[in-house]
Design a protein around this ligand. Structure first.
Ligand SMILES: [Zn+2]
Length: 400
């Protein structure tokens, strides 16, 4: 008897209210996680710069054992070892991405700016009767169950974090079987635009949500207040800093929510989604705030599209960034000369008039479909939490 399922790993995130003891234990753990990550990163960097040696995960794991035995790092033994091992695995992943040219060189975690989080695998927590108890804690976490876990679900990984606004979150990775989406044969190409958030090959333009402008104005005000508080003025400065963090958290929450709705809609409406492969390395340097947010959104959105396509059996295809999507006429296929960024609309020799972004999205779609039809040069690119390759990737083709 075989059971046909489309089982996937899915993260369920909730807020929780730690006791004072739990908050203290977790804060200690976050500190140790950061320390171990930084020590291992330093060791790996030095081994490479001094001796051209690559250090792997197992070696950093052995280092961790020796650090715990040393006098000045003995405090690392005061917290659960599970999140410390996990952070070494994350560092390994960061290096794999760096060597695969998918990410920049890993950066040190700073006490103030880095995300405070700790990841526990099954040996680091107990989940029983709907109650979650972490290693070195007696009482289960007081979780605010804003939605139920799937029937009979047992988390395989638990991540605890605290955001800059001071809110506590627990994210549980569980097996889940997503409800199927209606069948469709639609295909869509997406252009990550400069003027709008994205443009679809259907001609639709998705702009940045209107609430963002207001939120950003609020952020600028809060930052101005913070800047005026003198360094010595402890209490007021801390208050102003929390205010800035709260506005940041609100922006991130609303944007995430917006991107979730958008990506779910795209996946629901289409069987095939074609995107441009904008890797971190290739991204155009631009220091404007709007652009930075837009880039971050694109990265988040791509991740969402990857796992949602895997969940619902849709196809996500990434075409190489240097494919000349802007300069190719989607009507006749002829290649134009230079196309400065300020040209928003143009007319081809064949008589077709194009909106720059819509034309690019149409080309992205055509390029992506040719990849799926001939199947040549397709390789799995990244793995989803469920372990299935979600993205097909076209081999690089440089602009002539
Ligand atoms: Zn043309």
């Amino acid at each position: 008897m075989s059971v046909v399922t489309n089982q996937v790993k899915r993260a369920f995130k909730y807020r929780f209210r730690p006791t004072d003891a739990q908050a203290a234990e977790l804060s200690r753990t976050f500190g140790c996680v950061r320390k171990v990550y930084n020590l291992a990163l330093q060791a790996r960097t030095e081994a490479w710069t001094l001796r051209q040696e690559r250090v792997n995960y197992n070696q950093t794991s052995a280092m961790l054992t020796s650090w715990k035995k040393s006098e000045e790092l003995a405090f690392l033994s005061d917290v659960s070892s599970v999140p410390l091992q996990q952070t070494l695995r994350h560092l390994q992943g960061a290096f794999t991405n760096f060597f695969g040219r998918r990410a920049k060189y890993p950066a040190f975690k700073s006490r103030k700016k880095s995300r405070k989080s700790a990841e526990y695998t099954t040996s680091g927590f107990r989940f029983r009767d709907g109650e979650l108890t972490l290693a070195r804690m007696r009482e289960p976490l007081d979780i605010v169950w804003s939605r139920p876990l799937p029937e009979g679900a047992t988390p395989s990984t638990v991540t605890v974090s605290q955001d800059p606004a001071g809110r506590w979150f627990v994210s549980m990775l569980c097996d889940d079987i997503p409800a199927p989406m209606p069948g469709t044969t639609n295909a869509v190409g997406i252009d990550a635009g400069l003027t709008s958030l994205l443009t679809l090959s259907t001609g639709e333009k998705v702009t940045n949500p209107t609430f963002e402008r207001k939120d950003r104005a609020r952020l600028v005000r809060a930052q101005r207040v913070l800047a005026k508080k003198a360094r010595g003025d402890g209490a007021n400065r801390a208050k102003a800093r929390r205010k800035v963090a709260r506005v940041h958290a609100r922006i991130a929450d609303r944007r995430r929510d917006f991107l979730h709705k958008l990506t779910t809609r795209l996946v629901r409406e289409n069987q095939t989604i074609v995107i441009e492969d904008l890797t971190v390395r290739n991204m155009v340097r631009n220091h404007s705030l709007a652009r930075a947010i837009s880039d971050a959104s694109w990265t988040t959105m791509r991740g969402m599209l990857e796992y949602k396509c895997a969940w619902y059996g849709r196809d996500l295809v990434a075409v190489d960034r240097w494919f000349p999507s802007s300069r190719l006429c989607s009507a006749c296929g002829s290649l134009q000369g230079k196309m400065p960024l300020n040209v928003r609309e143009w007319t081809c020799r064949c008589g077709a008039t194009h909106d720059r972004d819509v034309n690019a999205a149409k080309n992205v779609l055509a390029e992506g479909l040719s990849v799926t039809v001939c199947g040549a040069g397709v390789r799995p690119q990244r793995r989803t939490p469920g372990g299935q390759p979600a993205t097909k990737q076209k081999t690089p083709r440089r602009e002539p």
